[in-house]
Design a binder for this molecule. Structure first.
Ligand SMILES: Cc1cc2nc3c(=O)[nH]c(=O)nc-3n(C[C@H](O)[C@H](O)[C@H](O)COP(=O)(O)OP(=O)(O)OC[C@H]3O[C@@H](n4cnc5c(N)ncnc54)[C@H](O)[C@@H]3O)c2cc1C
Length: 328
């Protein structure tokens, strides 16, 4: 029986949604393979989060309670994870497929002679203890299955919202402190400041249950104020099409699509967005899609669960008014 490690992404002392999704997925996989799930928490706050991690499948929690985890760029996390592998003898790591953790995983893979698959949207057991990972490529036009052919352990980068969060009702995990001694090179690049983005009070679009998105149909930058108004009534994140971000109406980090973020919220509301294939690649797995567009032939209506044909400047203010009235 081996341990399956799950790298916990956390913010302000709480695990992010992707961390709970990965734990839930790991629990299901581990049940099938006879393995157990161990969470790895780098930085302070692990013990406060232990009950939550246990409730989502972790039976063990490796932690490295050191400010060094966030004080330097990448390498301390690589070396702490390496210590977790040495302590556990694990042969699988699940990590969130963010740019930062892909960097961490790639560097660790070189050290451990591991194989890495990123952006997995599905994972199942294959022959010989190999995991078969599914991922969407070419903007979601094709789905590939891959496995680590050479090398062990296997590292699987998990895409946001690919798996549901499941409360397994597990108890508090056994907590194990990692013994990490950093190499000299690990502290060569220091993080000197971290600035919170002005709009950071809204949920991140990768994690938000509701995402309100605006496109070229807004006509001008100020149209995003209307999107933000709608978002704030329902506690949503705000995203944009590439046409809108390229026009400079909204920052590029909020772009949804093939060359932007992939989102999978419970509810996506798109206004003035035509639904080009490259945009759809980033939002088509949303559970409910609402589209507001004045053109009844707009392709977004082909995938919308609920479509409103009309001028967004007439529809959205009425929607905001109605939602505010219902909130009381
Ligand atoms: C390699 C590549 C990668 C790309 N990556 C991305 C990506 O990641 N994300 C992305 O979004 N795009 C991407 N694109 C661009 C994509 O092809 C489209 O050009 C873009 O998505 C269009 O954005 P839009 O829907 O906002 O604009 P348009 O296609 O111009 O659509 C605007 C829509 O607004 C409607 N409209 C206009 N006025 C109103 C009104 N008052 N009320 C209601 N509706 C109105 C119109 O009917 C129209 O349907 C990529 C393209 C390429 C080639």
């Amino acid at each position: 029986m081996a341990e399956m490690l799950v790298l916990i992404d956390h913010t302000e002392g709480a695990p992010r949604k992707i961390a709970l999704q990965m734990l839930s997925a790991a629990k299901t996989l581990a049940e099938g393979s006879g393995d157990t799930v161990a969470a790895v928490w780098l930085g302070g706050g692990a013990s406060d989060a232990a009950a939550t991690l246990g409730a989502h499948g972790a039976t063990k929690l490796y932690h490295w309670d050191s400010e060094d985890a966030a004080a330097y760029v990448t390498l301390p996390q690589v070396e702490a994870l390496q210590a977790a592998f040495e302590a556990s003898g694990a042969d699988t790591l699940l990590f969130p497929s963010s740019n930062h953790t892909k960097d961490v995983a790639a560097r660790l893979a070189i050290r451990l002679d591991a194989g890495v698959i990123t952006d997995c949207t599905g994972i199942e057991a294959g022959e010989g203890g190999r995991w078969i990972a599914t991922k969407e490529v070419f903007g979601g036009d094709m789905i590939t299955t891959s496995k680590v052919a050479d090398g062990k352990p296997q590292f699987l980068g998990v895409a946001a919202n690919a798996f549901p969060v499941e409360d397994t009702g597990g108890g508090a995990p056994e907590i194990v402190a990692l013994d990490v001694s950093l190499s000299e090179g690990a502290t060569a690049s220091k993080v000197v400041s971290v600035e919170k983005q002005a709009s950071a009070d809204r949920p991140d679009i990768g994690e938000a249950a509701i995402v309100v998105a605006g496109g070229r149909g807004l006509g001008e930058e100020s149209g995003f104020q209307l999107m933000e108004q709608l978002a704030d009534v329902v506690g949503a994140g705000v995203g944009a099409s590439r046409a809108a971000t390229d026009a400079g109406w909204y920052p590029h980090r909020y772009q949804i699509g093939q060359t932007g973020r992939t989102i999978s919220p419970t509810l996506y509301v798109g206004s003035g967005i035509s639904g080009a294939i490259q945009h759809r690649a980033g939002m088509q797995t949303s559970q409910q899609i609402v589209a507001i567009n004045k053109d009844p032939e707009a392709p977004i209506f082909q995938i919308a669960d609920f479509g409103i044909v009309g001028d967004l400047y007439q529809v959205v203010p009425k929607l905001v008014e109605e939602l505010e009235a219902r909130k009381g």
